[in-house]
Design a protein around this ligand. Structure first.
Ligand SMILES: Cc1ncc(COP(=O)(O)O)c(C=O)c1O
Length: 400
């Protein structure tokens, strides 16, 4: 890419595209938002790196605490991968247990303990549907990390309860996304999440909700839509306003392990001034009305495409619950419900979906090629209408 302006990006060849990738959901305000630019210009004049905390950390932490009910204290890093690691270390120290439970299809960054069973090779032996086998997503992940993982199936309450009860004295935490962002958009049901909250509390397992992407759901995060209070929440993407920033926050009881030094986590660039200043300006611009606008654009795309696709018996569908990050794709048959990552991989037509993504890019719309997209606040109703019409034309062409 060469540059971004508003809702658009321009490639090095000079193609101007509506940015539906938004740096994998980071750019909720689009590019060069005036409030962010102004804050950055002022910040760059006064030194950027001090080897000491800056007051901006407190300011952004306070903003997060004010918005997200479960969070009493916050610690920043440079990425959500790092903050997920911090969350795990806290959970291990708090519980005195070492194993980590996560979901098949869940992505929590590239680190050894967590890049497991995100996109398992489904031709390999992934274990039964109700007891997935941990599968590394990369060469170089030590076998000890793989053995340490306990893998759960989304929305499978029976399996989840059986596995967690069986390993209760070893499992420190369950890490989850309420809506998995990059393993096909699979949404956990409210009932499932409520039960999981109750069971983890009963078993003394730390519940970590990774809201790196789902913080886009609204002012109070997606957890408030589910009415749950996780023990720890991991954040990233939008909170840095386009710069590298991650955060973990949660109950004072657990976060105080950092304050007392029982848990030690350090990082030269953690809580970097420039990321904080961009993050504060961005989060302030993300008002209730801004989230409503993002979500209403998403809802419009989802409703119009899905109604159109259903009426013509199309295999194409948009998945999600109407937050401003959605998945799309051709499935093996029309009208499928996707409850688990295996539902997704067994039914997803990767080739047709990739063809659709490529054709979108050819026609001026830049999604994530695997089949998802997010929205930004500088998009107009005309941009959205153009995207919907173009998508329909492409789908009809592929299915002709
Ligand atoms: C849900 C989720 N968690 C964690 C991460 C890792 O974030 P980062 O790339 O900032 O390390 C991502 C990145 O896409 C993500 O989608």
């Amino acid at each position: 890419m060469r540059e971004g302006d508003g809702a658009y990006i321009t490639t090095v060849e000079g193609h101007r595209l509506l940015d539906l990738n938004n740096n994998f959901t980071v750019n909720a305000l689009g590019h060069n938002h005036p409030a962010v630019q102004e804050a950055l210009r002022a910040a760059i004049e006064t030194g950027v790196s001090f080897g000491n905390p800056v007051e901006l950390e407190t300011e952004l932490a306070q903003l997060i605490v004010d918005r997200i009910e479960s969070i009493e204290k916050v610690q920043f890093s440079c990425s959500a991968s790092e903050s997920n690691m911090s969350a795990i270390r806290l959970a291990r120290a708090f519980t005195g247990r070492e194993r980590i439970a996560k979901f098949e299809g869940g992505y929590h960054g590239f680190t050894d303990p967590l890049q497991i069973s995100w996109h398992p090779d489904h031709d390999g032996d992934c274990g039964p549907d109700d007891e997935p086998k941990p599968m590394p997503d990369s060469a170089g992940i030590p076998s000890a990390e793989i053995a340490n993982a306990v893998v759960l199936t989304q929305n499978d309450w029976e399996g989840t309860e059986r596995i967690l009860r069986a390993h209760a004295d070893e499992v420190s935490c369950v890490v989850l996304e309420l809506e998995s962002a990059s393993g096909g958009v699979v949404t956990l049901t409210r009932e499932y999440v409520t039960r999981l909250r109750e069971l983890t509390a009963e078993l003394g397992i730390v519940l970590i909700v990774d809201e790196t992407v789902t913080l886009r759901a609204g002012y109070h995060g997606m957890q408030s839509d589910y009415g749950i209070k996780p023990d720890l929440t991991v954040m990233g993407k939008i909170i840095g306003g386009g710069f590298p920033l991650g955060a973990v926050g949660g109950s004072a009881e657990i976060m105080d392990l950092l304050e007392t030094g029982v848990v030690s986590i350090s990082g030269t660039h953690h809580g970097h001034k420039i990321a904080l200043i961009a993050g504060i300006a961005t989060m302030r611009a993300l008002t209730h009305e801004a989230f409503d606008r993002l979500n209403s654009m998403a809802r419009r795309i989802m409703d119009e495409i899905n109604e159109w696709a259903a009426a013509r018996g199309s295999r194409f569908a948009i998945y999600g619950i109407g937050i401003s990050h959605l998945a799309y794709g051709f499935m093996r048959e029309p009208g499928l419900t996707i409850d688990t990552h295996r539902d997704y991989w067994r039914n997803f037509d990767d080739e047709a979906t990739q063809a659709c993504s490529l054709e979108l890019a050819n026609r001026g719309y830049f999604p994530v090629a695997r089949g998802d997209f997010s929205l930004n606040l500088q998009m107009t109703d005309e941009d959205i209408a153009g995207f919907i019409e173009t998508l329909k034309e492409i789908v009809a062409g592929i299915e002709a």
